[in-house]
Design a protein around this ligand. Structure first.
Ligand code: CTP
Length: 398
């Protein structure tokens, strides 16, 4: 969604300005072209050189710069933007914008901009709660400005409360959402992600190497494209994607219960989770102590096959599974597609370089119900998520 897009990033004078540097890096990594506009106060917190180095472009700050004014700086910046983001946006900046004041390069650029504007406020929690600030925020929202709520936590000023700038990944995700086509609006998507944990005793469990990255990427992409998204996820170290309804679970039985409760209301289901096929026959209440024997035998029992059960559910929906294989990729995946009554299966060769668990890229083959096979090149899990949703959207259309 950000590939080739022009993003104008305004940076105001707040301690969170240092986090804007990481945001520029994330935008550039996603293929966007970034022009940074700094207020005078922002330059007290971080130098233009940092942004110039990360964006690979000159940084703008002067309203009346002879060199830049040949093409009227604030107008050309406003015209070039596909998206204008201000992070951090201070109480002062929010106040000025809501009052229509345009007295520096950033405020004049916002005033002249017809692209979507995303404000990311960051300030002391008392300033954020101040009725004047509340009124200004509301006024700007009514005028069509997008706003990312500040996070709650320990603030640089020593106070604890709402006012922290959201993490750069969250701002990048919201930017993607604002630029994405809303072609999944009206759909309810259920995604499962991550591993499951099958407990042996209070301190041990059986699990697998799934990181959850693929499922999270699909959930994030679907939310960006306007769907209502339920994400049922086993334990992962990932940040919940914005706009997604996260339902954390641990075991396969937990996941089964959560998925079966949500499924009847979903028009698209993507099962990217690596569900444990077996669980210990009984979970010990106390820690299992080692005995005198040199071996230990565990007795396991089958977990329900959630995807197969979904395949038997009545109703119209697109059902997509994943097949993680280490051998005979196509044969095994085709068998799963048929046995579980799927519309599409994503076949994943775990032995291929740049594919499978933990890495940020994937290399997959898509197999359709009619037998068609589509080979996709190696790509980031984010991009693959969008490709997969393109195909699912087409299937919904059919
Ligand atoms: N799956 C599921 N419930 C299970 C096991 C798997 O819903 N108890 C789903 C996975 O989420 C995935 C698909 O079924 O979408 C295939 O999972 P995979 O582990 O590749 O295959 P299995 O069906 O478990 O078969 P096997 O382990 O024998 O390869």
């Amino acid at each position: 969604m950000l590939q080739g897009k022009e993003i104008v990033l305004g940076v105001c004078g707040g301690i969170a300005a240092y986090k804007a540097a990481e945001l520029v890096r994330l935008y550039v990594k996603a293929g966007a072209k970034v022009s940074v506009v700094m207020t005078a106060a922002a330059q007290q917190f971080i130098t233009p050189l940092t942004f110039q180095t990360l964006s690979g472009r000159p940084v703008h700050s002067e309203l009346f710069s002879l060199l830049q004014e040949q093409d009227i700086g604030h107008i050309s910046l406003a015209d070039r933007a596909d998206l204008l983001v201000i992070a951090p946006a201070t109480a002062n900046l929010i106040g000025k914008l809501s009052a229509g004041i345009a007295d520096d390069l950033l405020t004049t650029t916002v005033m002249a901009c017809k692209a979507p504007v995303l404000l990311v406020p960051a300030m002391n929690s008392n300033m954020w709660q101040n009725p004047v600030c509340r009124r200004n925020v509301e006024q700007l929202q009514q005028c069509g400005y997008h706003m990312l709520e500040p996070a709650t936590g320990m603030l640089a000023c020593g106070w604890e409360g709402q006012g922290k700038m959201p993490e750069p990944q969250t701002i990048r995700d919201e930017s993607q959402r604002l630029l994405a086509p809303q072609d999944l609006a009206g759909e309810t998507v259920l995604v499962t992600a991550g591993p499951t944990r099958e407990e042996l005793d209070p301190m041990r469990f059986l699990s697998n190497h799934s990181s959850g990255k693929m499922g999270y990427a699909i959930a994030r992409a679907a939310a960006q494209r306007g769907a209502r998204v339920h994400l049922v996820a086993g334990p992962t170290a990932l940040l919940p994607p914005p706009g997604v309804e996260l339902r954390p679970v641990a075991s396969a039985l937990d996941m089964h219960a959560a998925v079966m409760a949500l499924a009847p209301d979903c028009s698209i289901i993507v099962k990217a989770a690596a569900v444990a096929d077996y669980r210990p026959c009984c979970r010990q209440k106390q820690k299992i102590k080692k005995g005198s024997e040199s071996t230990l035998t565990l007795e396991l029992q089958r977990n329900p096959d959630i995807l197969a059960e979904l395949g038997r559910l009545p109703g119209e929906r697109v059902l997509v599974g994943f097949a993680a294989e280490t051998e005979q990729l196509l044969d095994n995946a085709r068998r799963k597609l048929q046995d579980k009554n799927l519309d599409l299966i994503v076949a994943n060769d775990l032995t291929a370089e740049g594919a499978g668990f933990a890495v940020d890229t994937n290399l997959v083959r898509l197999i359709y119900r009619d037998g068609r096979v589509e080979d996709l090149p190696q790509m980031s899990k984010e991009l693959l998520a969008h490709r997969l949703l393109d195909r699912i959207r087409d299937q919904r259309g059919e």
